[in-house]
Structure formats: structure tokens, C-alpha cells
Design a binder for this molecule. Structure first.
Ligand code: HEM
Length: 352
């Protein structure tokens, strides 16, 4: 076989080499000889090139599947399925994820662009994660702020406006109080919108304010302790309409496989906690999809501080949101002042 023949047959068997060959051919590499450059690839060559590319892709797919099966990884929905439903069909991403959880279970593995993500969606899974693996998965990925799949999932914060990186920039760049004001006021609009869908809750709230506060005095933080129903409403808001449906990515810092919830997890995996599903877990919540603040009136010990794993809108463990108390206080006080002002206006309308 001539040296050119040798080069060609080698290139056709190895797809990467074929690509290199086509590229060098396109740019007229003189070592291949002038007669070859002018003729272009033969149909026979194109067929063999395509066949070897397909075989290479199939081999890769089968090898990957076998590899993952041997590893005992969690069930794996396709990342494309999620993206198709959210980007093409424009469905609510949190709901799409929740539906995947119903099909694939509370521990899911998603692989996209050689990045491994584990999504935890039940109280039991999250509890084990925080109790046993909080330190191990304590890092944040260096891709913070870039459009990766994990960031896209985490950007289910403050839908539909804010994205993860906007949020993180706001909170990390707090040289003035302005960013917090912006973020909180957005959070507050979300709370009002959700409550106004339930007129009976608004009425109950107003009655409690009327009973416990004096009309001519401004509402102060100390008044919140006298308003158990308002506190319950805020908890129910954060449970059912959590501003962050999914936590930020928790990156495994070690370069070794680890055992997480009975599964083998590859090194540098990112874990996301799916608060949207955890806070609707039927194992822990009666009628989980109903907006019912009374469930918290009966159990005031359940709080939003990340101590109980069935209610964690601010995350939990060492990576929990440092603004938790500030945000809760802001929403409680904001709601109390808003509805109290409505009462004051109504009373002055009646008297005038
Ligand atoms: C309604 C308001 C807020 C909600 C729902 C919220 C929620 C969250 C969530 C879910 C996380 C990720 C936790 C995890 O990955 O496990 C987080 C992280 C964070 N939050 Fe908030 N947050 C709010 C307000 C704030 C405020 C007011 C501040 C600043 C004062 C703040 C500062 C941060 C920071 C710095 C992180 C990253 C923490 C870390 O990486 O260790 N957040 N937040």
C-alpha cells in the first residue's frame, strides 16, 4: 500500500483522524499530493467515514451505559427531556422537575456536558445528605455565574426574573443596602400575589391584626410575636411558593468516588436539593398542594431556620443562606404593615 493509501485507511478507521484528515484536506496540505487535493473525497471514503463515526458513537453510548450500570448510580432521566419541556414547551421548570421526581424517584442523576448532578427530592434523602455528607459536599462549583445545567436549575430562584448568578451577585456584592432592598421587595410582591389568591386567609390575617394591634401605633418587630397566624402564613408561603425551588449546587470536593444514599457517586459531582418537591413530600405533609397556614398554627415548633428537613426554603447545614433571619423578618413585617395599613385606611374611610 502506498503511503497515501496507508494514511487514508488509518484516517477512515479512527473518526478523530478522519476529521483531522478532512480539515487538512480542506486547507490544502501539500503532503497529500496535488492530484488528491483536486479530486476531493471519494463516495466510498464518505460512506466509510460515516459508518465509523456512527460505530464510534454507538460504542461510546453502550460503554457509558455499562459503566454507569456497574457503578450503581441513581436513576437517570435525560437532561434533554428536561430542557425540551422547559425551553421548547415552556413549562414551569420546577413543575417539570417535580414530575420527573414522580417517575424516577427522590434521588436522580443527570449528566450533561460531562457534568454529574444528583438531585435530592425527598425528606429522607435530604436528611441523610445533610447529616452525613454536609462537609464532603461543602464546596461551590467554580462555574458559578456561568450558564451550566446546575446553574440553570438553581436559577429557579425568584421566578421568572432573577437568575442564580444575579442573586449571588446581589448578595455577595452588598457594599450598600440597596441590593437587599431590591431583592426583598421582589420577594415581597411574590408573597402578596400568593396570599391574594386566598381571600379567607387575608380575612383571617386582618382579624388577627385588628385584635392584637393598636390602630394609632406603627407596627414594630416586637409585634410579630403576638401574631401566630401571620407567622403561620409566612411559613406556608415559604413552603408552597418557595422563592428558590432548588438549592445552589453543592460540589463534592474530593477526587474519589463516594457512597451517597446507597449509590456510587463519581468524583466532583454536584448535589442540588429540590426544595419544591421536598416541601410537598406526601410522607411529611397532609394535602401537600393545599395552601393551609393552619397546619403551622397547630405545630408552631416547625420553623424556617433549616432545623427540620421537611421545611428548608433557605437550605440547611453549613451552606445555608446567611440571610435567613433577615429575609423572614422582612416578609413578616412587610405583610403585617401592608395589611395593617389597609385596616387603618378602611377605618378612616368609615369615620370620614
Ligand atoms: C427570600 C429571601 C431569600 C431566600 C429564599 C434565599 C434562599 C437561599 C438559598 C436556598 C440558598 C442556597 C442554600 C444552599 O445551597 O443550600 C441561599 C444562599 C445564599 N444566600 Fe440567600 N436567600 C434569601 C435572601 C438572602 C439575603 C437577604 C441574603 C443576604 C443578606 C442572602 C445571602 C445568601 C448567600 C451569601 C448565599 C450563599 C451561601 C453560601 O454559598 O454559603 N440571601 N439563599
Amino acid at each position: 500500500m502506498s503511503s497515501l493509501g496507508c494514511k487514508l485507511s488509518l484516517a477512515m478507521d479512527i473518526p478523530e483522524l478522519s476529521v483531522i484528515w478532512v480539515e487538512t484536506h480542506r486547507y490544502g496540505n501539500s503532503t497529500l499530493g496535488p492530484e488528491f487535493i483536486s479530486q476531493g473525497p471519494s463516495p466510498h471514503f464518505v460512506t466509510r467515514f460515516c459508518l465509523s463515526a456512527i460505530m464510534w458513537a454507538v460504542f461510546n453510548l453502550v460503554f457509558q451505559r455499562l459503566h454507569f450500570r456497574m457503578l450503581r448510580l441513581p436513576p437517570r432521566p435525560s437532561a434533554w427531556e428536561w430542557m425540551f419541556q422547559t425551553c421548547v414547551l415552556r413549562r414551569n421548570p420546577a413543575v417539570v422537575l417535580h414530575n420527573l421526581v414522580k417517575r424516577y424517584g427522590p434521588v436522580m442523576h443527570i449528566r450533561a456536558w460531562s457534568q454529574d448532578l444528583i438531585i435530592l427530592s425527598s425528606v429522607a434523602a435530604v436528611e441523610e445528605f445533610y447529616k452525613l455528607h454536609d462537609m464532603e459536599f461543602g464546596a461551590r462549583p467554580s462555574s458559578m455565574g456561568r450558564p451550566t445545567l446546575s446553574n440553570a436549575l438553581s436559577s429557579l430562584c425568584f421566578p421568572p426574573l432573577a437568575t442564580y448568578w444575579k442573586h449571588i451577585h446581589l448578595v455577595l456584592d452588598m457594599t450598600t443596602s440597596q441590593p437587599f432592598e431590591d431583592m426583598s421587595s421582589r420577594g415581597f410582591e411574590w408573597a402578596l400575589e400568593a396570599i391574594h389568591r386566598h381571600p379567607e386567609v387575608v380575612q383571617h390575617l386582618c382579624e388577627e391584626l385588628e385584635r392584637n394591634l393598636e390602630l394609632h401605633k406603627p407596627v414594630r418587630e416586637s409585634a410579630i410575636a403576638k401574631l401566630p397566624y401571620l407567622q403561620a402564613v409566612v411559613k406556608e408561603l415559604f413552603r408552597l411558593h418557595t422563592p428558590c425551588a432548588v438549592s445552589f449546587p453543592h460540589l463534592q470536593s474530593s477526587d474519589e468516588y463516594c457512597r451517597l444514599l446507597g449509590f456510587e457517586v463519581p468524583p466532583r459531582t454536584q448535589v442540588l436539593v429540590n426544595m419544591y418537591s421536598v416541601q410537598r413530600d406526601p410522607v411529611m405533609w397532609v394535602n401537600p398542594d393545599d395552601f393551609d397556614p393552619v397546619r403551622f398554627v397547630a405545630r408552631p415548633e416547625v420553623d424556617l431556620l433549616g432545623q427540620q428537613f421537611h421545611l428548608l426554603p433557605f437550605g440547611a447545614g453549613r451552606r445555608q443562606c446567611p440571610g435567613t433571619k433577615l429575609a423572614i423578618q422582612h416578609v413578616q413585617l412587610g405583610l403585617a404593615r401592608y395589611y395593617f395599613q389597609r385596616l387603618v385606611d378602611k377605618t378612616s374611610e368609615k369615620t370620614s
